[in-house]
Design a binder for this molecule. Structure first.
Ligand code: SF4
Length: 361
């Protein structure tokens, strides 16, 4: 397949790895932001092929993992109500809330539907006018255009039974939080290619400059990842700080301006709580007031949520690159994909799930 096969070419990857071995002279710690990149790195064994001087730590780019426990508990409370059809992407179903998960609510008779797009949830609302249909609108900048579009479509159709429980989060404020922390170890970033395909990468140079941390916009195939690492290390070795584009077949500096216009029409910046990390100012999007009729949080008015995290889970430190899943004392023991204690063990983009799946102990 064009634009995929050549980026999985083993010979080309080995050649670039050789270039990297000749380039590197001292230890560097890089963070890949996106959980999809973490999975690809482990799936192709790139972490073991890199020169030993380069350490990759894993970032917070797993939307399911960073959705706040309070919001998950709210979603579970709404999904338990009679007359509600609760729609979600599949990997949210096993994510543990304080007391249960969407699977257990479905087992108790709750109407939980797995959808592949929020527009499917709008269709379900059209087909079920006697039910309240709620879509769990989680994600980074990548999911925001479709989630915003579902609200516009529902409004255009005059639907009164569709709403969204919004947990949109944004990458740049999370980078500020990681780089501004006194515990930070990250010296270079691989930014998430699909987020940049939507938003461009014009937001990153001021961050790179402020913290003196070079970056490369990076894709998801083995050659993309090695190229992003090479571009970042090349800057580190030369003492340069810039944001380079190693994913130019999908990303431009400006990004998808039509998608950005839809996001800005429906959403506005808000503070968000990140699970395991805490509150980050203006780190997400919430519905603008003119779309508040579609806000599930307001429509259902769930209150009195008392959250309870597993005291054994160190996901917050894993999501900030301070620890690795294999540092967690219950990894693969009490915590497995069948018995998850934290979201990173069940999400398809979770670092703990990647370590478990690819046998990293
Ligand atoms: S292995 Fe499980 S308990 Fe440990 S950090 Fe990951 S999700 Fe949390």
């Amino acid at each position: 397949m064009r634009f995929v096969d050549e980026f999985r070419d083993g010979e080309l990857v080995q050649k670039r790895l050789t270039d990297l071995r000749h380039l590197v002279t001292r230890p560097w710690t890089l963070m890949e932001i996106c959980g999809g990149q973490t999975h690809a790195i482990l799936q192709y064994g790139l972490d073991e092929l890199l020169p030993p001087e380069i350490e990759l730590v894993h970032g917070p780019g797993c939307p399911v993992c960073v959705t706040s426990l309070e919001l998950i508990d709210k979603g579970l409370a709404i999904a338990s109500q009679p007359g509600v059809i609760f729609c979600s992407f599949g990997d949210m179903l096993r994510v543990p809330g304080s007391h249960n998960d969407l699977f257990s609510i479905r087992a108790q008779g709750g109407q939980i539907r797995v959808v592949y797009s929020p527009l499917d949830a709008v269709k379900i609302a059209q087909e079920n006018p006697d039910k309240q249909v709620v879509f769990f609108a989680i994600g980074f900048e990548t999911t925001a255009p479709a989630n915003a579009m579902s609200v516009l479509q529902a409004k255009g159709l005059g639907l009164k039974n569709y709403s969204v429980l919004v947990s949109q989060v944004c990458v740049p404020p999370a980078m500020h939080a990681i780089l501004g922390s006194p515990e930070n170890r990250v010296q270079g970033f691989l930014t998430a290619g699909h987020v940049c395909a939507v938003m461009g990468y014009w937001e990153y140079p001021p961050i790179a400059e402020k913290y003196r941390v070079p970056m490369a916009v990076t894709g998801f195939e083995p050659l993309d990842l090695v190229e992003g690492i090479f571009m970042t290390v090349q800057q580190l070795e030369a003492g340069k700080v810039d944001v380079l584009n190693a994913y130019s077949r999908a990303v431009t500096r400006e990004g998808n301006t039509a998608a950005q216009a839809i996001i800005n029409r429906v959403f506005e910046p808000v503070d968000r709580n990140w699970r395991g990390i805490g509150r980050i100012p203006l780190s997400g999007w919430g519905l603008r007031s003119e779309y508040s009729a579609f806000d599930a949080d307001k429509r259902f008015g769930v209150s009195g949520i008392q959250t309870r995290e597993s005291p054994l889970c160190i996901a917050g430190q894993v999501l900030q690159g301070l620890k690795k899943p294999s540092d967690c004392p219950v990894f693969g023991l009490q915590c497995t994909p069948r018995t998850p204690l934290g979201a990173p063990m069940v999400s398809s983009e979770g670092a703990c799930a990647a370590y478990y799946r690819y046998g990293k102990k």
